[in-house]
Design a protein. Structure first.
Length: 201
């Protein structure tokens, strides 16, 4: 029995994403050598963090779906707050290295109006990511995105898309993509992505 064309296209898209993520999974490049293609308006500093000027930012696509806890979440509900999106997998050593920093900073910044949301990917069983969250004290929700559909469809082509695991995208208070890192972050670098956006009027 052969697959119909539509499922084949879906499998091809997922397979393409999986291949792309396999090439960049568990990135530890501190040079931040990446971009969104020609004509982009973002700048990568020497610490590997890319930023976009306020008037040149793009909105994300739809970032909504089921969390690891089986609840429904829509990032659009956080408009008016700075949102930190972290792409991670329980199998990824750099993700484990940065997790304690994310746990600490997420707690510190909650009262400042900052929401943290994980995007768990390539974990095809929820047991290990649940254990990861317990081990590192992660209390914020994570989308369950094993096939990478949110990653593939949630960010406009040519924008600062998550191209590695881990990746961190920070949205401004208008829900627009303002900063990105394609490497594991410590507390200092994570705060450096958030603080300028909190200060914006």
């Amino acid at each position: 029995m052969s697959l119909s064309r539509a499922p084949r296209r879906a499998l091809l898209a997922v397979g393409t994403l999986a291949a792309a993520l396999a090439l960049t999974a568990c990135s530890s490049d501190s040079n931040g050598k990446s971009g969104g293609g020609g004509g982009t308006n973002f700048v990568t500093n020497t610490g590997g963090i890319s930023t976009v000027a306020k008037g040149e930012r793009e909105k994300t696509g739809k970032l909504a779906g089921e969390t690891l806890d089986g609840k429904q979440l829509d990032v659009a509900d956080f408009k008016g707050k700075v949102v930190v999106l972290n792409v991670w997998g329980s199998w990824c050593p750099p993700c484990r290295a940065e997790a304690p920093h994310f746990a600490k900073v997420s707690q510190e910044y909650k009262a400042k109006g900052v929401e943290f949301v994980g995007i768990n990917t390539r974990d095809f069983d929820k047991t290990k990511p649940h254990q990861f969250e317990a081990d590192y004290g992660i209390t914020y929700p994570s989308f369950y995105d094993p096939a990478g559909k949110l990653i593939l469809n949630g960010f406009p082509k040519g924008s600062m898309i998550p191209q590695a695991i881990p990746s961190t995208i920070v949205l401004d208070k208008d829900g627009k993509i303002a900063a990105r890192s394609l490497m594991a972050l410590d507390e200092t670098k994570l705060r450096s992505m958030i603080d300028p956006l909190l200060a914006e009027k």
